[in-house]
Design a protein around this ligand. Structure first.
Ligand SMILES: NC(=O)c1ccc[n+]([C@@H]2O[C@H](COP(=O)([O-])OP(=O)(O)OC[C@H]3O[C@@H](n4cnc5c(N)ncnc54)[C@H](OP(=O)(O)O)[C@@H]3O)[C@@H](O)[C@H]2O)c1
Length: 257
């Protein structure tokens, strides 16, 4: 069993690694000895977080706006220059939008598609040469997409375009997984339930609402950083090397409702 969950020395890119779920994952990889790149739009925040994470391991920042084709391709080029062989790509960056049905703006669908779906495809394709360079039959390169429990069951909040975009991420995961088996690249998704982040602060920073959300979760609590880091490390390690095309719920059982 020694080394079954090891990710030491692997090169890892985490998009949206500056805060929230991306930071939980990036910190897990850094502390487990991986060489991590984090990316997000705000260059100063990204650099400051990378400097903080570097106190316990190896982390650098490469800022990019992934909602544009140039942003995704530019990030892929910059990462591939530093890591010609990329072992793990975590497509985590994302945004949400909530509004009542009849006020839900058409533009939200464009924003969710541009931020949550297209970058997953663009970045994976642009990084294929680096992923292929790291991939072997025994130790495939890994793509980990962050979907959502909201893409698997009807959410309790009105976020129509978001939920649809996350269902798209799950289907894209299966599609890419099938296509990339021959390259020894696995593609899986994590579908989180509620985790503390800026995206969820509107609900989880309100004690009454937080308690209500925790009660809705069959395991009775909000997700913790280790829950997320653990799932990502499993998928990136030897333990996860025979899994591809899966959408793993890390949601305290919400998807069983
Ligand atoms: N938190 C939850 O409960 C929950 C549940 C299910 C799924 N998720 C998913 O988990 C992922 C992370 O969400 P989170 O809750 O951690 O949200 P968050 O705190 O808002 O973090 C989002 C991250 O993505 C980056 N980002 C946003 N737009 C970007 C763009 N156009 N280009 C590059 N980076 C961008 C942000 O940094 P900048 O603003 O600096 O760009 C930030 O680092 C998302 O895909 C979300 O849908 C979250």
């Amino acid at each position: 069993m020694a080394g079954l969950f090891a990710v030491e020395g692997k090169s890892v890119l985490v998009t949206g690694g500056s805060r929230g779920i991306g930071l939980m994952i990036a910190r897990g990889f850094v502390e487990a000895g991986a060489r991590v790149v984090i990316s997000s739009r705000k260059a100063d925040v990204c650099a400051e977080v990378a400097a903080r994470l570097s106190r316990t391991g190896t982390c650098e920042a490469i800022p990019a706006d992934l909602s544009t084709p140039e942003g995704a391709v530019g990030l892929a080029e910059a990462v591939a220059r530093r890591h010609p062989a990329l072992h793990v790509l975590v497509n985590n960056a994302g945004a949400t939008w909530g509004a009542p049905l009849e006020e839900f703006p058409d533009s939200a669908f464009d924003k969710m598609w541009a931020t949550n779906v297209k970058p997953v495809f663009r970045l994976t394709v642009a990084l294929l040469p680096a992923l292929r360079a790291a991939a072997t039959e025994d130790d495939p390169a890994r793509v980990i997409n962050i979907g959502s429990v909201d893409g698997t069951r009807v959410p309790s909040i009105e976020n129509y375009a978001y939920a649809a975009s996350k269902a798209a991420v799950h289907m894209l995961t299966r599609n890419l997984a099938h296509q990339l088996t021959g390259d020894h690249i696995t593609v899986n998704a994590i579908a989180p339930g509620p985790f503390d982040s800026k995206m969820m602060a509107f609900a989880l920073d309100n004690p009454a609402l937080r308690a209500e959300i925790a009660r809705e979760v069959p395991l009775g609590r909000i997700g913790r950083p280790d829950d997320m880091a653990g799932a990502a490390i499993y998928l990136a390690s030897r333990a996860g090397s025979y899994l591809t095309g899966a959408v793993i719920p890390v949601d305290g059982g919400l998807s069983t409702r």
